[in-house]
Design a protein. Structure first.
Length: 277
């Protein structure tokens, strides 16, 4: 997903594998790249060779992006900042420097702090997940040994993000997470998030009913965009019957907007969708 502030600042969230690298024409200008955690499907260990290569159920992830990652490749090509929490910034700064970029463009933002990129204030919030870095991203013997042993490198806890836009909208991007106390105390009570992008995929994250509990009882936003469904969720722009996405739509009590490929949605400060929904 790409988020654009009214002042034109554009932020890419968890590029993963389905962005066709920095030359993907859907990206446009990017001012900041966010990575919630370093699992390959979020950081980008592979990518599609062209926009919409393959289909939703079996995308063509034939282009390897290790050891750099799709996210780093995009940040370098777009001359974008990387804004990260946990212990991730130093690792990414080394990657950026090795590719000829400015390591100072990789910026740390800890829990409770914030950084501004254009008109957008960015902070990280805790997520309940894992954050192991695959040996494929680590060059040399260490990476080989980790892969052989079936282990990963620890780069600190995973994160979510809270984005505060210049029009007053506050959005929570959950990353991959289970239910956390901070979804109430920090996301709702401290920041007052009105728009939530919430993972619903089950097994690896909150499932649809757990995610609905987070929305209905903990955050209570004005609107939600379900993400990370781990399924073919829509066909011809409509929800697939019996899917996790359908279950989430049936359980949640606030307006829910499906993140259809190529769709642009606009939200006001209160979290109400004003266009594209």
């Amino acid at each position: 997903m790409v988020f654009e502030d009214p002042d034109g600042t554009r932020i890419l969230y968890d590029a993963g594998r389905t962005v066709a690298g920095a030359d993907d024409p859907r990206l446009g200008d990017i001012d900041a790249v966010l990575v919630s955690h370093v699992h390959g499907d979020h950081l980008g260990d592979r990518r599609i060779p062209a926009p919409n290569a393959g289909d939703c159920g079996s995308s063509d992830f034939s282009v390897s992006t290790t050891p750099n990652s799709n996210s780093v490749d995009i940040a370098i090509a777009k001359n974008a900042k990387m804004v990260l929490g946990s212990e991730m910034p130093r690792f990414f700064a080394n990657k950026v420097k090795a590719l000829g970029g400015d390591p100072k463009s990789v910026q740390l933002v800890r829990f409770g702090a914030s950084r501004k990129v254009g008109g957008v204030a960015i902070t990280t919030v805790p997520a309940v997940h894992s954050n192991g870095l695959s040996g494929a991203f680590i060059e040399g013997e260490l990476g080989e040994h980790l892969s052989t042993a079936g282990l990963t490198a620890y780069v600190g806890p995973p994160t979510g993000y809270v984005l505060s836009f210049s029009n007053g909208l506050v959005a929570y991007l959950s990353g991959d997470t289970g239910v956390t106390a901070e979804q109430d105390t920090v996301v709702r009570r401290q920041y007052g998030a009105k728009l939530v992008v919430m993972n619903i995929g089950d097994t690896f994250t909150t499932g649809p009913t757990e995610a609905a509990f987070v929305i209905n009882e903990l955050i209570q936003p004005a609107a939600v965009i379900p993400s990370h469904a781990n399924e073919v969720a829509t066909e011809d722009g409509k929800v697939v019957a019996g899917s996790r996405t359908e279950a989430f739509l049936g359980a949640v009590k606030v307006p829910t907007h499906l993140p259809l490929s190529g769709r642009t949605m606009s939200f006001d400060a209160d979290g109400s969708c004003t266009a594209g929904c």
